[in-house]
Design a protein around this ligand. Structure first.
Ligand SMILES: Cc1ncc(COP(=O)(O)OP(=O)(O)O)c(N)n1
Ligand code: 3NM
Ligand code: MG
Length: 209
């Protein structure tokens, strides 16, 4: 489903997208060309998370994009959408068994080829490396060097996602070193209007042309 995919991977943020910005800003990111949209919400409000995730799933269908749920296997299974798991979020193998062979399941690999190999062996659909730059969204993210992308590109036949402090101005070297997708929160969604989000997304998407 995801093999050979490349492009912008938008990740939501409950603070940046508060005050009813979630749907208009995510639709703008999709209109601007985001290929994957990750719903990342750390609250315990399960009713709101289900409502918002269902709305985002409908949006992604309209724009032929893929919705990825962060952390929450049950929510991903309920909505029949993708899942992203970090090193503390449970087993890729169990998620693959639960979601089936066609689901997109991504893995956080930080700067480790060993974590990437483990994720690949358990059935991950993509491998995420980072952070490559200081992140305003996740200040405690573990740093990674560009060289891990070079090595991963030589070793794995999977989409390679770069994440962490990515902007239009610093993204090029990530692509030159093997990233096939750019996962972005702040530089995409920290805008005053939905139109500005669409324009930013188009600019990120143009990096892949
Ligand atoms: C595409 C992508 N890459 C990495 C992460 C980070 O996941 P994780 O380490 O589980 O941290 P949280 O995002 O859950 O705080 C991600 N979410 N998406
Ligand atoms: C969710 C996340 N994970 C990271 C990792 O390094 O695994 S960095 C990060 C936040 C990315 O947001 P921004 O584009 O605003 O830096
Ligand atoms: Mg997580």
């Amino acid at each position: 489903m995801l093999k050979g995919s490349q492009g912008l991977y938008a990740i939501t943020d409950s603070e940046l997208l508060a005050n009813d910005k979630l749907l208009p800003y995510c639709e703008a990111a999709l209109r601007g060309g985001a290929k994957l949209l990750q719903y990342r919400d750390k609250s315990q409000n399960h009713a709101r998370r289900l409502r918002e995730a269902r709305q985002l799933a409908q949006l992604c269908q309209r724009y032929q994009a893929y919705l990825i749920i962060n952390d929450d296997l049950e929510l991903a299974a309920y909505l029949n959408v993708g899942l992203h798991l970090g090193q503390q979020d449970g087993s890729i193998a169990e998620a693959r068994a639960r979601l089936g062979e066609h689901a997109i399941i991504g893995a956080t690999c930080h700067d480790s080829l060993q974590l990437a190999e483990q994720a690949r062996s358990e059935g991950a659909s993509y491998l995420a490396f980072g952070r490559f730059f200081p992140s305003q969204t996740k200040q405690d993210a573990q740093p990674a060097d560009l060289s891990v992308l070079q090595s991963a590109a030589q070793r794995f036949n999977l989409p390679l996602v770069a994440i962490g402090g990515i902007t239009l101005d610093n993204a090029q070297p990530l692509l030159h070193n093997g990233a096939t997708m750019l996962a972005v929160v702040h530089d995409l969604f920290a805008q005053n209007t939905a139109a500005a989000v669409e324009s930013r997304a188009r600019a990120f998407a143009a990096l892949f042309n």
